[in-house]
Design a protein around this ligand. Structure first.
Ligand code: FES
Length: 270
C-alpha cells in the first residue's frame, strides 16, 4: 500500500511497512463504539421524530414538551404545545418540529468534533492514529461536497436560537393548568437545557466569535472574559457532544413515558 508516508516521491520517504499497522492496542474500539453510539442515537431519534405522538404532557402543575418536538409548529400539534403558532402542514413525513430539526441536524453534522468522529469511524479516514486511511485519495474539505462543512458557523446562530426556545420550554415546564410545581421532569428538562447551552457555547465557531479577529485582548476585556470562559468549555466539547446526545434522548424518553401514561411524574412540589 502507498500512503503519503511511504510515497517514494515524498520529500522524506519513510520505510515501506507491509503490515497494515504496527499498533497492537485495541485502536479499533473507539471507532467501533462511535459507530454503535451514533447509529443507535440516530435510529432512536428518527423513530421518535416521526412517531408524532407522546411528545407533550400537560398536568395541573407541569407542562412538558420534548425537545424533539420543539417548537411544535405543525397544524397537527396539540394547541397547548404550540406556543409559536401552527403553520406547517400536517403530514406523516413532516416532523412536528420541522422548523428546527434541519438546523439542529446541520449543527451536529458539521460540528468539528462529530466530523472527527464520523470521519474516523464511518469513513475510516483514518480510523486511528498510525493506521492507514481506508481511502486511496484524500481531498479534504475544500471541494464539493465537504466544502459545505463550512456552513457550521451559520448553523451555530440557528443553534443559539433553538437553545433559547428550549430554555423557554424548560421555564414553561414549571407551570400547568393549576399553577406552579416541581417534578422530576422539570429537573430533567432544566438539566438538559443547561447542558445544551454548555455544548452550544463550547462550539469552536462560538470561540472564534468571542475572541477571533482581535489584535489586542487588553482593549476588549469583556470579549476576553467571554473567550476565556468559552475556551474552558471548549476543552470539554467532545464530552459535551456525547452527554447532550444522552440528555436529549433521556429527556425525550421521560416525556414520552409521562405522556403515554406508562408511569407518573415524580412530584416534589405541586
Ligand atoms: S464545533 Fe462542535 S458544535 Fe461547533
Amino acid at each position: 500500500m502507498t500512503t503519503t508516508a511511504t510515497m517514494p516521491s515524498g520529500p522524506h520517504p519513510r520505510a515501506e511497512i507491509p503490515a497494515k499497522t504496527l499498533r497492537t492496542d485495541r485502536w479499533w474500539l473507539a471507532p467501533l463504539l462511535t459507530v454503535l453510539g451514533l447509529t443507535a442515537w440516530v435510529a432512536y431519534a428518527t423513530v421518535r421524530v416521526f412517531m408524532q405522538k407522546w411528545y407533550f404532557a400537560l398536568g395541573d402543575h407541569h407542562r412538558y414538551l420534548t425537545p424533539f418536538y420543539s417548537p411544535c409548529t405543525s397544524t397537527a400539534c396539540d394547541p397547548e404545545a404550540a406556543e409559536f403558532g401552527r403553520f406547517i402542514p400536517a403530514n406523516a413525513l413532516i416532523p412536528f418540529a420541522a422548523l428546527s430539526l434541519p438546523f439542529l441536524g446541520l449543527f451536529r453534522l458539521t460540528c468539528y468534533y462529530y466530523r472527527r468522529a464520523y470521519y474516523r469511524s464511518f469513513w475510516l479516514s483514518p480510523p486511528a492514529c498510525a493506521v492507514p486511511d481506508g481511502h486511496k485519495r484524500y481531498t479534504g474539505e475544500t471541494r464539493f461536497p465537504l466544502v459545505f462543512q463550512n456552513a457550521h458557523r451559520y448553523a451555530f446562530y440557528a443553534a443559539v436560537i433553538i437553545s433559547t426556545i428550549n430554555t423557554w420550554d424548560a421555564i414553561r415546564s414549571f407551570s400547568g393548568t393549576h399553577g406552579f410545581g416541581i417534578g422530576l421532569g422539570n429537573v430533567i428538562l432544566a438539566g438538559n437545557v443547561v447542558l445544551l447551552w454548555a455544548y452550544t457555547l463550547s462550539c469552536h465557531s462560538c470561540r472564534h466569535i468571542a475572541g477571533g479577529r482581535l489584535k489586542h485582548f487588553s482593549q476588549h476585556p469583556m470579549r476576553y472574559r467571554f473567550w476565556t470562559f468559552v475556551s474552558k468549555l471548549n476543552t470539554r466539547h467532545m464530552m459535551l457532544a456525547w452527554i447532550t446526545l444522552g440528555t436529549l434522548a433521556l429527556t425525550d424518553a421521560y416525556v414520552m413515558c409521562i405522556s403515554a401514561g406508562w408511569f407518573s411524574d415524580l412530584r416534589f412540589i405541586g
